[in-house]
Design a protein around this ligand. Structure first.
Ligand code: DQA
Length: 148
């Protein structure tokens, strides 16, 4: 079985973008951490990043199809700034009944007010906020736990 890890806009800049907020680990490092966790759990990993809303929507649909086919346990999703704006991503998740762990590296609630609202949280299975990159392995383990 597969676990999908999807990353939204600007997360390709991880490591150099506001390291005081997001840390110094790169997205490649995060992918490596996820690969190790997936290997420990005996699941396959699909790890992706896009700066384009429509591409993220297509990937949510794909993950949903995989869940329906019994081939995926769900998705870990860091939607980046689309968290705060995207009704389309909300509808995509709702439309495919995909188990989603919404993940934010930073604690969005102690930052600017425009980060306090999430379009994704109402359709998320669970949420991990403010724990940095260690949240990725935690979220994968949580999806695995609830599926077994
Ligand atoms: C983020 C928080 C968002 O507000 C921001 O736009 C991001 C990253 C996080 O991981 O903390 O791009 O999702």
């Amino acid at each position: 079985t597969t676990v999908h890890v999807l990353n939204g806009p600007n997360l390709n800049l991880l490591g150099t973008r506001k390291p005081e907020v997001y840390g110094t680990a790169t997205l490649d490092t995060v992918q490596q951490m996820c690969r190790e966790t997936a290997a420990e759990l005996g699941v396959d990993l699909v790890f992706r990043q896009s700066n384009h809303e429509g591409e993220l929507i297509d990937w949510i649909h794909e993950a949903g199809r995989d869940v329906k086919a019994g081939e995926s346990i769900g998705a870990v999703f860091n939607p980046g700034a689309y968290t705060h704006t995207s009704v389309a991503l909300h509808d995509a998740i709702e439309g495919v009944e995909l188990p989603v762990i919404e993940l934010h590296l930073s604690n969005v609630h102690n930052r600017e007010p425009f980060r306090h609202h999430s379009c994704i949280s109402p359709v998320a299975t669970g949420i991990i906020i403010g724990l940095g990159v260690q949240a990725y392995p935690l979220a994968i383990k949580a999806l695995h736990q609830r599926a077994n």
